[in-house]
Design a protein around this ligand. Structure first.
Ligand code: SAH
Length: 249
């Protein structure tokens, strides 16, 4: 039996942001594995088996997907955005790492996708045109102290900072705490963006300053972008301004 497992990124929302390689894998798969809302974005054929699971069950999901692959299934494990960015690819390798004697021989690969910060940046112009970093604000798997320390280091280093997972139904305080850290390190006039549901029908972009930003605007569909000091703003009528990071500095 020649099973395979491909970890596929579905992009931030619209079908056109799924790569042709990702689409081919989804079509060739016998089994589709993932978090329910991501699988709901697909139109599986009747001959494809769909295995939906809950959030926070990444390792169990990955282990199950590898077991299907070992039985000879062609498995697509789906993630939103890019599967390597705060998503399923790391869980798949964690599962392989737990049982390499059995799982290392499997045909596993990761197909890149469009991650949310790149989709949001494209809407705005080029705010990530110079050095930047990404920080996951979820403290489900790492202590808040580590996150606060990384935020402070990134702010002091003057990176543009993309904040993923700023809030969820269960996590509402972190984004407020994050802004408190940032406001200690960065001047209030710094550009801040709330990029919500990028690429989807309810897309919304709010460009503001660190001093005026309302952290409560961020929800689980929002990518928060803290621009670097060399980011310029070009206002235009009836659209969000263009933002671009100068290529200098
Ligand atoms: N693997 C995904 C990220 C998963 S973490 C990727 O590469 O994009 C989930 C977080 O991604 C969300 O809380 C939000 O911060 C961000 N995100 C995902 N889709 C988004 C979209 N369409 N618009 C804005 N942010 C999005």
């Amino acid at each position: 039996m020649s099973g395979w497992l491909k970890v596929v990124g579905l992009g931030p929302g619209p079908d056109r942001w799924v790569t042709p390689e990702g689409r081919d894998a989804l079509e060739a798969a016998s089994d589709l594995v993932g978090y329910g809302p991501y699988l709901a974005r697909l139109s599986p054929r009747p001959d494809q088996r769909v295995h939906a699971s809950d959030n926070r069950e990444e390792l169990a999901r990955a282990t199950h997907a590898l077991a299907l692959c070992a039985e000879g299934a062609r498995v697509a494990v789906v993630s939103g955005g890019d599967p390597g960015v705060f998503a399923m690819a790391a869980a798949v390798f964690e599962a392989v790492d737990r049982d390499p004697a059995r799982l290392l021989a499997l045909d596993v690969s990761v197909l890149p996708g469009v991650t949310a910060m790149l989709a949001a940046a494209a809407r705005l112009g080029a705010p990530l045109g110079n050095d930047f970093c990404a920080i996951n604000l979820s403290d489900n798997l790492k202590p808040w102290g580590v996150i606060a320390q990384r935020l402070e280091s990134a702010a002091r280093a003057d990176f543009a900072i993309a904040l993923y997972n700023p809030a969820s139904r269960a996590r509402v305080t972190q984004i407020h705490d994050a802004f408190a850290v940032l406001r200690r390190c960065i001047p209030g006039e710094r550009l801040v963006v709330f990029a919500q549901s990028i690429g989807r029908a309810d897309e919304q972009i709010t460009v503001t300053s660190l001093a005026e930003a309302k952290p409560g605007l961020a929800d689980m569909r929002t990518l928060v972008l803290i621009c670097a000091s060399n980011t310029r703003r070009i206002d235009r009528p009836e659209h969000p301004p263009w933002l671009y990071a100068s290529r200098r500095l």
